[in-house]
Design a protein around this ligand. Structure first.
Ligand SMILES: [Zn+2]
Length: 98
């Protein structure tokens, strides 16, 4: 592997990132290209070449694409966690509330 650039097969979640403020009432959808299914899973990952260790990038996945997304990251050693979207939101809520 001479190329060190990490090219994602999926579109970026948005210009301001998945945790940007001002989320609308829409339910989140799967990050997989062309998939419009409701997201059920959060795939958390970190690329040590560009991210600090505590940083977490997240992809949303439906049931169908959870394994595809997580295995893609796992092959590169980037995969950190796969949790249900509801659990992820609970964790974030707890952190914000303190
Ligand atoms: Zn999907």
């Amino acid at each position: 592997m001479s190329s060190s650039s990490f090219s994602s097969p999926f579109p970026p979640p948005g210009p301001s990132g998945p945790s940007g403020a001002g989320e609308g009432p829409e339910s989140p959808i799967c990050s997989a290209k062309g998939c419009r299914a409701a997201a059920v899973w959060v795939v958390a990952w970190n690329n040590p070449k560009v991210h600090t260790p505590e940083r977490r990038k997240t992809w949303l996945a439906c049931d169908e694409h959870r394994e595809h997304l997580s295995s893609f990251l796992d092959m590169r050693g980037f995969l950190k966690d796969v949790v249900r979207l509801t659990e992820w939101q609970e964790q974030e809520g707890r952190q914000e509330k303190g």
